[in-house]
Write a protein that binds this ligand. Structure first.
Ligand SMILES: O=P(O)(O)O[C@H]1O[C@H](CO)[C@@H](O)[C@H]1O
Ligand SMILES: O=c1cc[nH]c(=O)[nH]1
Length: 350
């Protein structure tokens, strides 16, 4: 029988947020090991000084392809005005793993996760351990992805409220020692609101929120008629997609369940920002020209970059008021900026 993982306080679906904000592992074995080899990242806790290399990380941004995460690394470098040491260029830190690509730009890590739950699941195990070994405090994870919209035009940016499986449950199921273990696939609600508030009226596209369905396949698994295998009719497909729409599903992709569940289980705040590549109620094949798709894929990156920039700007403006003995954010808190963000920075500064 399936069961929910329970946290140490015995609650069914809550994870503990550890006091100092360090990422804790829910695995006592790791501390007993002489070294921890992060095999798929090409890193290790003894072979590399992980605190020195990654201790200042605040944001971990993930996307499916090596190209996208390299592009995001270059883009965020421009946006936050990060300068590389003279004579150096951006390097793929995980290049010798031949699995994933990872770039570091100041407090931002940009990492490719490949396609599907197994690939993102393996990566998350190692990145969560990396955060732990590097003693990173309160990291925020983003998935910057693509998806098929349901009643949502191509080019629309979609913020996931929750990730659901194909039975529409917000639940990631994994077989552990032959038994099904279920973990709640929860995303951070406040982060979602903050991201939503960063959509600009002038943006030439819509930003919508809703449930994201995560599947194990791109073709039959997403009700496509154009795979190598198909034993259902167009009418059956349309009935199915319309039923998803009625349930509040706005897009379909292939990593959100594991991403939401594993970040939540690790006590890490996370959000998923995808662009829709097409409206699945209108077709299956992606006809849009490559240059247009490339521009669309920048849209989730822009939103996440706005969040990161604002966070860093606000952090830079925190000062200590000697008169009242409190940290102030240059008046930002009272100027309509999402107060949660200020509070988090203030608390950390304090
Ligand atoms: O665009 P990314 O982030 O790779 O993700 C989406 O694209 C892939 C399918 O083309 C799946 O992995 C799906 O989740
Ligand atoms: O339809 C789509 C488009 C991108 N990614 C998916 O998983 N499905």
């Amino acid at each position: 029988m399936s069961k929910y993982i329970t946290s140490s306080n015995g609650q069914q679906d809550e994870t503990d947020y550890f006091p100092e904000g360090f990422v804790q592992l829910q695995n006592p074995n790791i501390e007993l090991m002489d070294q921890d080899i992060l095999y798929h990242l090409g890193l290790g806790s003894e072979s590399h000084d992980l605190i020195e290399m990654f201790g200042d990380v605040k944001f971990v941004c993930m996307g499916g392809t090596p190209k996208r995460v390299e592009q995001f690394a270059n883009y965020i470098m421009e946006e936050i005005g990060h300068k590389l040491p003279t004579g150096t260029t951006l390097q793929d830190i995980s290049r010798y793993s031949y699995r994933y690509s990872m770039y570091k730009v100041g407090p931002v890590l940009s990492i490719s996760h490949g396609m599907g739950i197994p690939s993102v699941g393996i990566l998350l195990n190692e990145v969560v351990k990396l955060m732990h070994h590097a003693r990173v405090q309160d990291p925020i994870f983003f998935r910057i992805g693509t998806s098929g919209g349901i009643g949502v035009e191509g080019g629309t940016v979609i913020l996931s409220e929750e990730a659901v499986n194909d039975e529409l449950e917000p639940c990631y199921e994994l077989s552990v020692l032959g038994k099904k273990v279920r973990r709640p696939a929860k995303l951070d609600k406040k982060l979602l609101r903050e991201l939503k508030s960063l959509h600009h009226k002038e943006d030439p596209y819509e930003t919508v929120t809703g449930k994201t369905m995560c599947t194990l396949d791109f073709y039959e698994g997403q009700g496509r008629l154009d795979g190598a295998f198909c034993h259902f009719t167009e009418a059956e497909k349309m009935d199915y997609l319309q039923s998803l729409k009625k349930e509040g599903i706005v897009n379909i992709e292939m990593e959100s369940l594991a991403f939401a569940a594993l970040t939540h289980a690790a006590g890490i705040r996370s959000a998923i920002v995808c662009v829709s590549l097409l409206d699945r109620l209108k077709g299956d094949q992606i006809h849009t020209p490559k240059e247009v798709l490339d521009e669309w894929q920048m849209r989730p990156q822009q939103l996440v970059a706005r969040y990161i920039k604002r966070y860093l700007q606000m952090k830079g403006r925190i000062s200590f008021d000697k008169t009242c003995g409190a940290f102030t954010c240059g008046g930002l808190c009272s100027n309509g900026i999402e107060s949660g963000m200020c509070k988090e920075i203030c608390q950390k500064a304090g």
